[in-house]
Design a protein around this ligand. Structure first.
Ligand code: NAD
Length: 264
């Protein structure tokens, strides 16, 4: 399916690796010029080169910046003043005991997962509204609506994104600008793969064995019984970014392998 995205420009935050990189790849497959972001200039450059090699008709650019740093954000806005699609994917997560979540931790999570994304919306949304077209996505998590209790500092920030997305969507009434939230369930980014490898050091086990063991022991509610692949989220994001997805307005869009019990 041609998603009608050819020659659009997209900023995907945290796209040097993981889910963000997969979103960048799937957008580039549709002919989108992707602004690749991450904190490390070299890591971002490697992804830019990979995108260019895979999709030579597109012009990926290095948009490295620490998005929690206001000066680096301002420099980014100066270099890239306009985008058609903004994917707020960058985020941090780790398992933490509630008693260890002090004010500094809350602050770091709020700055990274919420305020940085909000600052990007504040900058890019007005131009989208002015031209009556644009797409903004937040990458939240099933933790936004189903906190496991294993990472309260993270779940809070992902719930906030749902609320922010809904508020911003109200501003888009009557335009072809959309603001939506994708809620992936457990997804096999490199980071998650490393965590699983660390949990099962037994060298006689293949990764598939480890994945099956982990899903059965830790995520029995998953109906998918495997991790979601980043490209699956990437493909969904490309669709939500496309002209065919105009009717998604302020929607929480679940791709969680059946993790979240449905509330009708
Ligand atoms: P990851 O750690 O592999 O990648 C996150 C990216 O964000 C990295 O490239 C990192 O450099 C970047 N980033 C972090 N802070 C940044 C900052 N201040 N400025 C710029 N870039 C920054 O993570 P992932 O597993 O690919 O997850 C991506 C997103 O999807 C996150 O928001 C995460 O919360 C969400 N998510 C992940 C899963 C999962 O199971 N992997 C499930 C649900 C939601």
């Amino acid at each position: 399916m041609d998603m009608g995205l050819s020659s659009k420009t997209a900023l995907v935050t945290g796209s040097a690796r993981g889910i963000g990189k997969a979103i960048a790849m799937e957008l580039a497959r549709e002919g989108v010029h992707v602004l690749v972001n991450g904190r490390g200039v070299d890591e971002v450059e490697r992804t830019v080169r990979e995108l260019k090699a895979a999709f030579p008709a597109t012009s990926p650019r290095n948009a490295a910046a620490d998005l929690t740093d206001a000066e680096q954000r301002a420099a980014l806005f100066e270099r890239f003043p306009q985008v058609d699609i903004l994917v707020n994917n960058a985020g941090i997560y780790e398992i933490m005991r509630y008693e260890d979540v002090n004010d500094d931790v809350w602050d770091r999570y709020f700055q990274t997962n919420v305020l940085a994304a909000n600052a990007l919306c504040q900058f890019y949304l007005p131009a989208m509204l002015k031209q009556g077209q644009g797409r903004i996505m937040f990458i939240a998590s099933e933790e936004a609506v189903m906190p496991s209790g294993l990472m309260p500092q993270y779940a809070m920030t992902k719930s906030m994104l749902l609320s922010l997305s809904r508020s911003l969507s109200k501003l888009t009434a009557g335009t072809d600008v959309t603001v939506n939230t994708i809620m992936p369930g457990p997804t096999l980014s490199e980071n998650v793969q490393q965590i699983i490898e660390g949990m099962y050091p037994d060298e006689s086990m293949t990764f598939a064995d480890k994945e099956t063991a982990f899903m059965a022991a830790s995520l029995p509610q998953s109906e998918l019984r495997r991790f979601i692949r980043p490209a699956e989220i990437g493909r969904l994001a490309a669709f939500v970014g496309s002209p065919y997805a105009s009717a998604f307005k302020g929607s929480p869009i679940r791709m969680d392998g059946g993790m979240v019990p449905t509330i009708y």
